[in-house]
Write a protein that binds this ligand. Structure first.
Ligand code: MG
Length: 373
């Protein structure tokens, strides 16, 4: 059987790796639509290579209509949503409402819009399979027992480039420092999120939404080698973990083909050269974004949308060198603590996001004025 795949965000890190998987397994997958942002040269080359007709190739990801139309194409089986940030929400909802398998790399849509995304999934009969390596690991490890036997989920975090540094040592880190991820090669937004541990915080909320577990049952452990991607501890004390060398093509391949695995290994471990695997507790004082995410998740309603929206503005301001690295957590905390409403429909998510961004821009200006002195 050939699965027909829509790739949204095809020129980014996840998109290009997904197309690499498909390129190597043409007998199982066909690309039926492509969408990307500004890199039209690469997008057109991809369309040529995979034989995607022009009317199904869209650039300029801010066009919501184009994304939702492609996400709901009648002849598509799988929609890979690898759009960056909150802009991925309409496509997530459209794919689920159309009953598609959603291979989800856009964690922001699930985090911000949890309640409405789940409602769309129920309404349309769609299915979410995670692309995020940690959640793919949990998805795999959860096969090791029954739902009522799950004691807790454990997400691993590389710790990012600043692992082990104190808060004081983090005051003067630069954009270049923060963009140097030790184990994964990813886009700029997620790399900065990894350096603040916000990425892990957002993944805690993502795990809660995907697997319907309480926040008390989701733990984070720092594991600098990024070989253990996620673990499930069961009620009898057994822990089932998924291990592989960092290579996103493994979780992408599983998300496209699940429950089937790819016939080709990506990231298989050479135990003779692996060396030791280490684990440590995250430092919540140096990396307050992780605690903020738990707080937003437990608050629920519009709080995750608020935190995620504020964070996008803060990360952009940091990348633009307007605020220092520690300012990211400051913006997030200030905006989150200004409160957030409830979420019952998509309009509420959009409004929570809009308000959060407006507040965040204000806090950015304050920090900018203060640090420019
Ligand atoms: Mg991840």
């Amino acid at each position: 059987m050939t699965r027909r795949v829509v790739v949204l965000g095809s020129t980014g890190s996840i998109g290009t790796q997904a197309l690499d998987v498909i390129r190597r397994h043409r007998e199982h997958y066909e690309v039926v639509a492509l969408a990307a942002g500004r890199n039209t040269e690469l997008l057109n080359a991809q369309a040529d290579e995979f034989g995607v007709p022009a009317e199904r190739v869209r650039s300029g990801l801010d066009s919501t209509d184009a994304l939702t139309e492609l996400a709901a194409l009648p002849d598509a089986d799988v929609v890979l949503n690898a759009v960056v940030g909150f802009a991925g929400l309409p496509a997530t909802i459209a794919a689920l409402e159309a009953g598609k398998r959603l291979a989800l790399a856009n964690k922001e849509s699930l985090i911000a819009g949890g309640p409405v995304v789940n409602a769309a999934r129920v309404r349309g009969g769609g299915e979410i399979v995670p692309v995020d390596s940690e959640h793919s690991a949990l998805y795999q490890a959860l096969r090791g027992g029954r739902r009522e036997e799950v004691a807790r989920l454990i997400l691993t975090a590389s710790g990012g480039p600043f692992r082990g540094r104190t808060r004081a040592e983090l005051e003067l880190v630069t954009v270049e420092d923060a963009l140097k991820h030790p184990t994964w090669d990813m886009g700029a937004k997620i790399t900065i999120d990894s350096s603040t541990l916000m990425n892990k915080g957002l993944e805690v909320i993502e795990a809660h939404e995907l697997f319907d577990v309480d926040y008390d049952q989701v733990d984070v452990v720092v594991h600098p080698q990024s070989v253990v991607h996620g673990m499930v501890e069961f009620t009898d004390g057994a822990t089932v973990a998924q291990l592989s060398m960092p290579d996103m093509r493994l979780p992408i391949g599983l998300a496209l083909g699940a429950p089937d695995r790819l016939s080709e290994p990506f990231g298989a471990i050479d135990w003779t050269s692996l060396g030791s695997l280490t684990f440590e507790t995250p430092d919540l004082e140096a990396f307050p974004c992780l605690a903020l995410a738990y707080e937003a998740g437990r608050t629920g309603g519009g709080a995750p949308a608020t935190l995620s929206g504020a964070n996008e503005v803060a990360v952009e301001a940091f990348l633009d060198r307007r605020i220092p690295w520690l300012g990211i957590a400051e913006v997030n905390a200030e905006v989150l603590h200004q409160g957030s409403g409830n979420i019952t429909e998509v309009a509420d998510v959009l409004e929570a996001d809009r308000v959060a961004r407006e507040r965040a821009r204000h806090v950015v200006e304050q920090i900018e004025a203060r640090t420019a002195l």
